[in-house]
Design a protein around this ligand. Structure first.
Ligand SMILES: [Zn+2]
Length: 280
């Protein structure tokens, strides 16, 4: 009987397990600066900020990224139960689907921007462009709703939430200071500026203020002080290449310090936004 159950369980696991997408392949965790680590998958980013009073985790990935994040935190020698605060860049399934599991295994407080919180609590329902059921994920209760400029403090860490809406209505870019080799750097975890298919940036019934939101987002980002450029996807800033560079030359300059990379990323996104506006 036990054997039959085991065989059934195996068969079930085989038919339900989704193969991991190319952006979600297991990745080695890596250090970015003192107390700042990448713990995500190949492209789906997740950041651990450690403090003497516990840790902060930014982004939870897909449902199948969450166990990878847990494994990466353990690999770095930290305890998943020491994660006290969960933060998010954007309420999309590739960055938020893992929160239900991670909240359960950590017991942490989930803090989400006011305008993304309803989408997180509805498991992805209510997004203005990702409306298909395949983009839904396990809903999870939000413990604190954040406004532009709100600070999140834990131990010696202070993170500031900057609202950079457009990609989602509550798209949140995180800023904080971190040290590396005795120098202090301004770290930015960029939410995202990708205009998804089906988006009309001049305005749409589901998101009438999208154009003015994007205009303000570009203004905020262009004025933002940046040394270390991070984002919701490692691909935004060539994270895996920079990690390789650092492994090969650990005494060299920190490749994550890349203010020019940030400026050119924001400028290209703004150009795509203006191009779409001009086509209409
Ligand atoms: Zn997204």
């Amino acid at each position: 009987m036990i054997l039959i159950n085991l065989l059934l369980a195996l068969a079930f696991a085989q038919t339900t397990a989704q193969p991991l997408t190319p952006d979600n392949q297991p990745s080695e965790p890596f250090r970015i600066a003192d107390r700042v680590y990448y713990v995500g998958s190949s492209d789906i980013a997740s950041y651990l900020i450690t403090t003497r009073d516990g840790h902060i985790l930014i982004d939870a990935g897909y449902e199948s990224t969450a166990p990878q994040i847990e494994a990466n935190i353990a690999k770095l020698g930290f305890k998943i139960r020491d994660v006290k605060i969960l933060l998010n860049t954007q309420a999309h399934y590739d960055h938020a689907a893992g929160f239900a599991r991670l909240k359960q295994v950590t017991g942490a407080q989930l803090m989400i921007s006011e305008r993304d919180a309803p989408v997180i609590e509805a498991g992805g329902k209510g997004d203005f462009v990702l409306t298909d059921a395949k983009y839904q994920f396990p809903p999870v209760r939000v413990d604190r709703r954040l406004r532009d400029g709100d600070q999140v403090r834990l131990g010696e860490a202070t993170l500031t939430a900057r609202l950079t809406p457009g990609h989602t209505k509550g798209c949140t870019t995180w800023t904080f200071d971190a040290n590396d080799r005795g120098r202090s750097y301004k770290v930015v975890v960029l939410c995202g500026l990708t205009i998804l298919e089906g988006t009309n940036v001049s305005g749409m019934p589901e998101y009438p203020t999208i154009q003015s939101d994007y205009e303000r987002t570009f203004e905020v980002l262009k004025r933002m002080p940046v040394d270390i450029f991070l984002g919701a996807h490692a691909g935004y800033y060539g994270g895996q290449e920079k990690a390789r560079k650092l492994r090969e030359n650990p005494e060299g300059p920190n490749p994550f310090v890349d203010p020019d990379g940030f400026r050119s990323f924001v400028n290209s996104a703004e150009k795509r936004f203006r191009d779409q506006l001009n086509r209409r």
